[in-house]
Design a binder for this molecule. Structure first.
Ligand SMILES: Nc1ncnc2c1ncn2[C@@H]1O[C@H](COP(=O)(O)OP(=O)(O)OP(=O)(O)O)[C@@H](O)[C@H]1O
Ligand SMILES: [Mg+2]
Length: 391
């Protein structure tokens, strides 16, 4: 199964490009699902489905065409399906703090629940071989990052906190429940966490496998949007995901000259810069259409400019992993990070890499676990970290 993940700054055209790609894939015969991971869903609107504004019809796969389903994860429904114990515990705690039932229920939607639910579905469809390709329509960059870092965060929690927490609570519950104003989580809460963890298990290696998952960044030909795209590229690399394509959407066509001439020249300059920055990752362009891209017919037009008829968007075109482990060195593809912004240290058997405000724990292979970072240099768009034995 292939996963194509579309991310990028707000409003650049992620949903439109993901939907158009889904149509093209379905036409080529792939059993395709386009799934929205953005809590502010707009897939149904993009396909102009005849569902009402707040319809839950797309909460489960909804057939748009032969071979093509869409799904918009609905958090209220997911809570009932997957999060019942966790959520009723959090709700009960919040209620003791004076919130009304409705308020407490609203607050008990924890950050990340939506993303995790989406991941459970991806895993479920993979295990059930339900689809050939899943196209993920992500939320703007920052939330997409929460989506991809969720498995690692959860794994960390399970490894370092979960068992200890459960055991400590088991031991102190009889006394603590007398002293504490709030009820402590009970066995069913922990059972729910374990069950959820089982459902997303393996998803991290799926996301980091370039044969399975490719990230495509949608952008516009504007300098500010480009800068966010560069950051997104670094963040995805840092998380071990392979970006294989940059899609520059809404490029002004020549007939836009007149009022937009200056804009068009500026766009051409930005596209030139982008080509250099992202090389060897190829750029693909789509023009600004003279109307909103909404409904299957217009999405098809977008697909036509994005892909030639016999082109296969599911093809693996880049299989270079952002991380590689050489003899006594770790290599990390970081095209535009500047040296001063990169921090490195060792924690347990993990190498911690910091770029700007982002931090990633990289599990080291056993052969390197006894080494620590000695020196780092930027070489041909790659951060090379030399490792030496612990002093
Ligand atoms: N190439 C294009 N030409 C004309 N209109 C476009 C084009 N691409 C997208 N649009 C329109 O721009 C608007 C935003 O597009 P879209 O919803 O795909 O962006 P998005 O990146 O998914 O936004 P969000 O960050 O809100 O999820 C929509 O109305 C869409 O129809
Ligand atoms: Mg969108």
């Amino acid at each position: 199964m292939r996963i194509l993940l579309y991310s990028g700054k707000g409003g650049v055209g992620k949903t439109s490009v993901a939907a158009a790609t889904g149509l093209h894939l379905a036409r080529r015969g792939y059993k395709t699902l386009v799934m929205s991971v953005d809590p502010a869903h707009s897939l149904a609107d993009s396909f102009a489905l005849k569902t009402s504004l707040f319809d839950a019809a797309t909460a489960d796969p909804y057939a748009v065409r032969p071979n093509l389903d869409v799904q918009e994860v609905n958090i209220q429904l997911e809570i009932k399906r997957h999060w019942q114990e966790i959520s009723s515990y959090v709700t009960s705690v919040l209620r003791t703090s004076g919130l009304s039932d409705v308020e407490a229920e609203e607050m008990a939607i924890l950050p990340g629940m939506e993303e995790l639910s989406a991941m459970m579905y991806v895993n479920q469809y993979r295990r059930g071989k339900t689809y050939d390709v899943i196209v993920l329509d992500c939320a703007p960059t920052a939330e997409s990052l929460r989506f991809i870092s969720m498995p690692t965060t959860l794994e960390w929690y399970m490894k370092h906190i979960f068992t200890v927490e459960r055991n400590v609570l088991k031991a102190i519950r009889p006394i603590a429940n007398k002293l504490s104003p709030v009820e402590l989580p009970n066995d069913s809460y922990f059972a729910n966490v374990l069950e959820l963890f089982g459902k997303i298990e393996g998803i991290d290696s799926l996301l980091e496998d370039p044969q399975a998952t490719s990230v495509r960044l949608v952008t516009n030909a504007e300098r500010m949007v480009m800068r966010e795209t560069q950051r997104a590229f670094v963040y995805f690399s840092l998380h071990g995901l392979t970006v294989d394509n940059i899609i520059v959407n809404r490029v002004l066509p020549p007939e836009a000259d007149g009022f937009f001439r200056g804009w068009r020249e500026a766009q051409a300059a930005v596209i030139g810069e982008m080509t250099g920055y992202f090389d060897p990752v190829p750029l693909r362009q789509a023009p600004l259409f003279n109307e909103e891209v909404m409904g299957i017919e217009r999405l098809d037009r977008l697909a036509e400019v994005l892909y030639s008829t016999d082109e296969d968007p599911a093809l693996v075109t880049r299989d270079e992993r952002p991380y590689t482990f050489g003899k006594n060195e770790v290599r990390l593809l970081l095209p535009f990070a500047v040296k001063g912004e990169v921090g490195l240290f060792k924690k347990g058997d993990e190498l911690v890499v910091e770029v700007g405000t982002l931090r990633r724990h990289v599990g080291l292979p056993t052969s390197m676990a006894a080494l620590e970072p000695a020196r780092a240099r930027l070489e041909d768009r790659t951060l090379v970290v030399e490792m030496r034995p612990l002093a």
